[in-house]
Design a protein around this ligand. Sequence first.
Ligand code: CA
Length: 239
Amino acid sequence: MLSLLLSAVASADIFTFNDPFPCGSGPGGGSCLPGAPPANYPGRGDVVGDHKEFDIQKLVFSITQQTLGATIYFNYGPGSTLDDWFPIPGLSLAVGDLIINNQYGVPLHGHHGLTAGSLYAVDTLLLSSDELGLRSDIVYRPDQVVRFTSLGAGTPGTLFNISYNAAADPSFVVSWEGPTPAALWNLYSSGAPLAIHFASATCGNDIVDGTAQRAVPEPSAFLLMGTLLAGLGLRFRKR
Ligand SMILES: [Ca+2]
């Protein structure tokens, strides 16, 4: 019983943020499902542009006192890597960063002197309009946080599973794991909500937002644990 209690304490809290494409497949989409959010770009659901290049399907975030983790399922650009790409002359699109509570960030691809897979304290959040400029010849979401800069050194983490399958939707699955900063754990363990944010590309053409907040144990759970511990104590005393 004690080992069961300990394993329950040590397991990660896991949050899944779904962001499904609400319309039919293919560039331009099909008819949107009933209840689909109003499209910024008519007929294309939650994605501005081609959902095969920008759609995020879900982000799974996990946290323990020691370890942060994220697995992101999304489409990105036309190729098999997370390199920057250039579909329009004079424009460079890049993959977005994982942003945790606007305080920490993880680049999936190196930029601004940051190393892919390392965890950094955020100095400045960068909007899509900062990255792309305000251009009238393209349609994108100019007001989205897409990347960040940092003044400090990164803490190494691991991008341990980047898979790409051109025939699949989503085409990319990226998993990351790194150490939990003490300040972030203190916030989370106090019950504060942590905002999780990711943009598939620096155009902000699809974004996923979620809140990771620790479930407060029910009073009945405390009562049960107290009863169990009292029971254990009684057994030990009887010996
Ligand atoms: Ca989406």
